[in-house]
Design a protein around this ligand. Structure first.
Ligand code: EPZ
Length: 417
């Protein structure tokens, strides 16, 4: 297994270009099933998770042609409707393909995605919504079969503003008879990007970004080309890298409108941010202040930023209280930070972080995607050498991560395992 080797303490500064959003690209790739034709996507991040989605599309009969700055997907010859179990298990978010298959072909077979590193990740909200839309669901031995003759638009009230469930209902409803209304929909910016993509295809979706979304079914969807939005979590990750290193950095190709809660928290802690149209300059005061955080559905503080922000707080004077309200097991990375000298107490959903003067290099293991990125931030300021194993987690969501970090002056290398 490959690992990162980081020598902490070097001065970081400079410019970093943000890649396309993983969490916008994945549902948009699934949406390419709906037009049964060609979709040209620009700014798709070259990461493990998009590669996995391409593999699944190809296993269903689709074609994927990767050029320098675009991906050409053709779903004209899709002739299978079962998502391979091994691929489903490797990437839970492939459940989003179910909405694309149901929306276009009214059938989908997939295995129960099962839990992952940050929680059980159930999908009952997805299944309840599918049933409401008239889809028959049968479960046997971990496999779920969904099929129906036609999909009739309905009113769907989500018990929780689930991002994936909202996206799956939108995909399932684009070619339905009548109109589907989603109440208590997730409001994440990636859902707006999905809506914009679908409407360019000829769909009639409105309200994304609010908790009330309407999808008026249409008969046909056409070929499309689309430029995917920048990754707001990668943006936040590099802003926190600057903050923990007290560095001045310029974050380019970023959309500051998507990260208001992150900007507010960084300013509260003592960072100075100059926000322009598609770039953010960050300068960091010598002294940072402890702050409290509660993760919430968008537009609250994003759960995906929790681990990197907790890491920043480990070296900020004072005591910070963090509450993780979205996932039930998203503190595993803190055990690794403790090995580096961090002082963190976990009580249920709450992490109490007592700032220390210094972190020390250690051998640590990435526990999940964002937890792994958090360990890179810790290694960048730790005294000595930090070795991070299980970096496959990190490669799932950060394009050219090592190259970008080296470009900012971090002493980091990959040891191929
Ligand atoms: C999306 O996951 C993101 N992934 C996650 O990012 C992100 O953390 C999450 O939304 C919340 O913002 C992608 O977009 C690919 P949810 P998703 O359904 O759709 C529970 C990253 O690091 N729930 O909003 O799976 C669920 O268990 C990843 O990039 C149910 O109980 O998130 C969780 O506790 C991690 N039943 C909460 O809701 C359901 O049927 C939020 O889940 C569905 C969800």
């Amino acid at each position: 297994m490959s690992e990162y080797i980081i020598k902490g303490g070097k001065r970081l500064e400079g410019t970093v270009n943000i890649s396309g959003s993983k969490n916008a690209a994945l549902p948009i790739i699934a949406a390419c099933l709906l037009n049964g034709g060609k979709s040209i996507l620009y700014n798709v991040p070259k990461i493990h998770d998009t590669e996995m989605m391409f593999e699944i599309l190809k296993s269903l009969g689709g074609t994927v042609e990767k050029k320098k700055n675009k991906v050409i997907i053709d779903t004209n010859k899709i002739n299978k409707f079962e998502i391979p179990e091994n691929l489903m298990r490797q990437m839970r978010s492939s459940v989003i393909l179910v909405g694309g298959l149901l929306g276009k072909y009214k059938k989908a077979i997939f295995s129960y995605p099962g839990g992952c590193d940050i929680g059980t990740r159930p999908i009952e909200l997805h299944l309840k919504a599918f049933e409401k839309l008239g889809i028959n669901i049968s479960k046997n031995y971990g496999n779920i079969e969904c099929f129906c003759d036609k999909i009739i638009g309905k009113k769907i009230d989500l018990d929780f503003p689930s991002v994936g469930a909202t996206e799956n209902v939108i995909l399932t409803s684009c070619l339905a008879e009548g109109t589907t209304i989603i109440n208590n929909a997730a409001r994440e910016p990636e859902i707006i990007d999905l809506q914009n993509f679908l409407n360019k295809m000829g769909a009639k979706v409105k309200g994304a970004g609010s908790s009330h979304i309407e999808i008026e079914g249409v008969k046909h969807l056409k070929d499309v080309s689309y430029n995917i939005m920048p990754d707001r979590i990668e943006t936040g990750t590099f802003l926190c890298l600057a903050a923990i290193n007290h560095s001045e950095m310029l974050i380019k190709n970023a959309d500051a409108n998507h990260i208001t809660p992150i900007i507010n928290k960084l300013e509260e802690i003592g960072c100075n941010l100059e926000v322009e149209k598609n770039q953010i300059k960050i300068k960091v005061a010598k002294k940072l202040r402890a702050v409290d955080i509660k993760t919430m559905p968008y537009p609250g503080f994003p759960t995906d930023m929790q681990s990197v922000f907790v890491t920043l707080l480990t070296v900020v004077k004072g005591t910070s209280v963090v509450v993780e309200n979205i996932f039930e097991n998203r503190y595993r990375f803190t055990q690794e930070l403790t090995r580096m000298g961090a002082k963190i107490t976990i009580e249920g959903k709450t992490a109490i972080v007592k700032g220390v003067k210094k972190l020390y290099g250690a051998n640590v293991k990435a526990t999940d995607l964002r937890g792994g990125a958090a360990l890179v931030l810790a290694g960048s300021v730790a005294k000595g050498i930090t070795k991070i194993q299980n970096i496959e987690y990190i490669l799932r969501g950060y394009e050219d991560f090592v190259k970008k970090l080296q470009g900012l002056g971090l002493d980091i290398d990959i040891i191929k395992g």
